[in-house]
Design a protein around this ligand. Sequence first.
Ligand code: SAM
Length: 199
Amino acid sequence: MNTMKLILHRESRIEPGTDGKSMVDFMEDRFGNDTIAGVEVGVYSGAHARYMLNKLNLSKLYLVDPYVKYDEYRDGPSEFLDIAKLEAHRRLAPYTNIEWIYEMSDVASNIVPCDMNFVYLDANHDYHYTSRDISMWYPHVIVGGIFGGHDYTYSIGTNNNRSGWPSVKQAVDEFLDKYNYTELHVTNAHNPDWYVIKK
Ligand SMILES: C[S@@+](CC[C@H](N)C(=O)[O-])C[C@H]1O[C@@H](n2cnc3c(N)ncnc32)[C@H](O)[C@@H]1O
C-alpha cells in the first residue's frame, strides 16, 4: 500500500497558493491557451460542460450521456433526464466544438479516441460502474493529461444517499493503488472533484 499524498485544494495548509482548484480550474492553469480535447462522461443538464467550454480552449469536448433510466442507475437526477437533456441542448447550443454521444459509458469508450488531454467521470456513481468507468476511460488520457471526476466523498449523505458517494472513493482509491499513484488532487468542496496527472 502506498502512502497517499492528498492535495486538498482550497486548503492552504496542504499546498499554499492552489486555493479553489476544481479539476477545470486546475486544467485552466495547467493548459493555459493550449488547444486540448476531452470528455465528460455524464452530462445531465450541461452545467459543468458549459463551465469547461467557457474556461478551456477546447478543440473538441465529447459529451457522453444516454439519458436513459435503467435499473442500476439509482442517482437522484434519473427522474428528470428528459428535462435535463433539453436543458443541456439549450445550454450547449452555442458551442460548435462539442460532439454528443448518446450511449452508455462502456459503448462510448469504444467510440472516443485515446488521445484525450482529460476525462471527467460523473455518470453512475455505484461502485461497479465507477470502477468500470475508471478502467475503461483511463487509457483514453495521454501522459501528462488529467484524469478525474466528481464526488470523491467519505460518507453517505443525508439526502437519500444523493450527497455522498463512498462508492466513488472506494473505486478511486483502488485505482490509485493499482497504478501506484501517490498524489491525488481533491477539491475541498461538498461534492469534491478528484483527479490525477496521468503518469
Ligand atoms: C450526476 S449527473 C451528471 C452531472 C454533470 N456532470 C454536471 O456536473 O453538470 C449523471 C449523469 O450520468 C448519466 N449516466 C448514468 N449512467 C450512465 C452511464 N452508464 N453512462 C453514461 N452516462 C450515464 C445520467 O444520465 C446523468 O445525466
